[in-house]
Design a protein around this ligand. Structure first.
Ligand SMILES: Nc1ncnc2c1ncn2[C@@H]1O[C@H](COP(=O)(O)OP(=O)(O)OP(=O)(O)O)[C@@H](O)[C@H]1O
Ligand SMILES: [Mg+2]
Length: 301
């Protein structure tokens, strides 16, 4: 099928996979990432402890052909919280993240059993509109992947795919999205400049703005800062703190420090098992499982 015939924000994109420039391509394996967290955030007093769950995952198994990548995973994702997925490479973090907007549908040989509901609706139901799901559940990848077009056109892209042509409306949404992504001040005088000329950190905020423009309920982030320098990383982390007031965020990170700093809930995975999930302060201070303790104290990873 001609990709241009769909409005699926994931399939429609000129490039669905992150396009890394050579300098952003390299995933820094800094020792910092595997060090125990220095600072663990205290529970956010502004969070509603009775927040409803956006997602409820029950006994989820996922197989790539015969390989059992996720094993009986059961987890709740509360609304307006930041939930971090941590664990060593290959433990299934990205695989689970991709389940939430059914991105794994795009991979041959994937089989899933168990259930995921979003606001009570089974996301694997035949009645579910996957295009709509991917609009409500946006995704930001590891390497920033702006499309090779202007800043304005990047942010307006999804809306134009939905058939919106009214420039007045597009301008409003572009400005609002860039403001929410903390990029407006830097970008407002260059909206028609090619997005590929932005710095890596600006490109990642642009990708967040592009996701926000579709008014998602959830933003999935797969190691969104691992290709960025510490200053750009701090920008994105501050932004996540702001964004959770409006959206539910699930972030995969290799950095223990980052999970401890920015997340409200932390889930630790190992070899496809969800070993432990709970309030970040508890998971880091009083882990229930010895394997979690060993991982967060840097004994393996
Ligand atoms: N498309 C695929 N086909 C087959 N196996 C896959 C595929 N994608 C992932 N896997 C396997 O599933 C397991 C989980 O992979 P996943 O990418 O979810 O891990 P991860 O925790 O995100 O790792 P990392 O931290 O390195 O990104 C790994 O063993 C991986 O090799
Ligand atoms: Mg991954």
């Amino acid at each position: 099928m001609d990709a241009r015939m769909t409005t699926d924000p994931m399939i429609e994109s000129p490039q669905t996979e992150p396009q890394a420039s050579s300098e952003l391509d390299v995933k820094p394996e800094t020792p910092e990432e595997t060090k125990p967290a220095k600072q663990v955030r205290m529970p956010d007093p502004k969070l509603d402890p009775n927040s409803p769950n956006v997602f409820e995952v029950r006994d989820l198994n996922l197989y790539y052909e015969k390989f059992h990548a996720l094993k009986n995973v059961t987890i709740d994702i509360p609304k307006n919280h930041v939930t971090a997925f941590i664990g060593p490479s290959g433990c299934g973090k990205s695989t689970l993240l991709r389940c939430f907007n059914r991105m794994n549908d795009l991979i041959d040989g994937v089989r899933i059993d168990g259930s995921i509901t979003m606001e009570g609706q089974d996301i694997h139901s035949k009645d579910l509109d996957v295009v709509n799901l991917r609009t409500e559940v946006g995704m930001v990848f590891q390497a920033p992947n702006p499309f090779p077009m202007s800043i304005f056109d990047n942010v307006a892209y999804g809306l134009r795919c939905q058939g919106i042509r009214d420039m007045k409306k597009l301008r409003v949404v572009v400005e609002d999205s860039l403001r929410k992504a903390a990029l407006w001040e830097e970008a407002k005088d260059h909206l028609h400049r090619n997005a590929l000329k932005l710095s890596g950190g600006q490109q990642q905020r642009l990708c967040i703005a592009r996701a926000i423009a579709l008014e998602p309920k959830v933003i999935l982030m797969d190691e969104p800062t691992s290709a960025l320098d510490p200053i750009a990383t701090a920008h994105i982390e501050d932004l996540i703190e702001e964004l959770k007031k409006l959206y539910t965020i699930i972030i995969v990170t290799h950095s223990m420090n980052q999970a401890a700093r920015i997340s409200d809930k932390t889930a630790f995975f190992l070899l496809g098992d969800l070993v432990e999930v709970g309030d970040t302060s508890e998971v880091f201070h009083v882990p229930r499982d010895k394997r979690t303790e060993d991982y967060i104290s840097g004994k393996f990873g």
